[in-house]
Write a protein that binds this ligand. Sequence first.
Ligand code: FAD
Length: 226
Amino acid sequence: MKWDPKSPIFAQAGGSGLTVRNFQDLILVNQMGQRFWNEMDNSYAFLAACLGTNGNLGSNGKSNGGGPIWAIFDADAVTREQWDPRPPNVDPNGWFFSADTIAELAGKIKNPYQLHPVSASVLEQSVNKYNSSVDTGKDLEFAKPTPMFKIQKPPFYAAWSTPILHDTLTGLKINTKCQVIDRNDQVIPGLYACGESAGGFALHGLPRVLVFGRIAGREAAGATSS
Ligand SMILES: Cc1cc2nc3c(=O)[nH]c(=O)nc-3n(C[C@H](O)[C@H](O)[C@H](O)COP(=O)(O)OP(=O)(O)OC[C@H]3O[C@@H](n4cnc5c(N)ncnc54)[C@H](O)[C@@H]3O)c2cc1C
């Protein structure tokens, strides 16, 4: 899925994005700059891994999971993937960064969802460790099958790679009238839910939203008028 730069709402998207053909071409790090996953594994558990706090809390004692996830790669990866890492393909306003060293790259990552700046030493450590696993052919941390390419040729890049969900497939418990049910299985009078905020109906996308939106609206209107 790619955003068309001619779209009237392209400014909201910021960039068309770079499609990854081979996840051997990059590593993924969390907001601390730590690698946390075998990039070749695209199972649902990846989403849980992205949300892992790894003990990292903000100054207010709260967490935002792993925060922004960054794809880290080098000039050789750009050649292999045949990417053009310039706007409108990428959005340099907080979502895509490049630098001549890994430490400099860490310092450039400025994004509103980062709890803390990325530590240069942590990101360097992640890249160095990964490069050694290419030497040995074994990823002892996350068991990526035979890591193939070192991240070694400048410029180096960080691209926003936080996964998004098409459907939450969870939410408040409702009955067939879209009334919200409490923990004791009792209706909460006057409260209705539908769409992504309502759980218990695993159907993708707009049909679920529209059908239950209509039911909730109809029931709420009926309840008010009676
Ligand atoms: C990338 C992507 C692609 C998708 N493609 C498809 C597709 O091709 N076909 C399909 O059927 N479905 C698709 N879906 C799923 C579909 O878009 C969603 O299921 C649907 O839009 C959810 O509708 P909703 O009204 O429940 O929630 P939303 O559309 O999320 O609406 C919730 C609204 O509440 C607002 N809001 C949040 N908090 C507050 C607050 N505190 N006060 C006031 N307002 C608030 C939000 O700004 C938002 O406008 C896609 C989803 C994504 C993310």
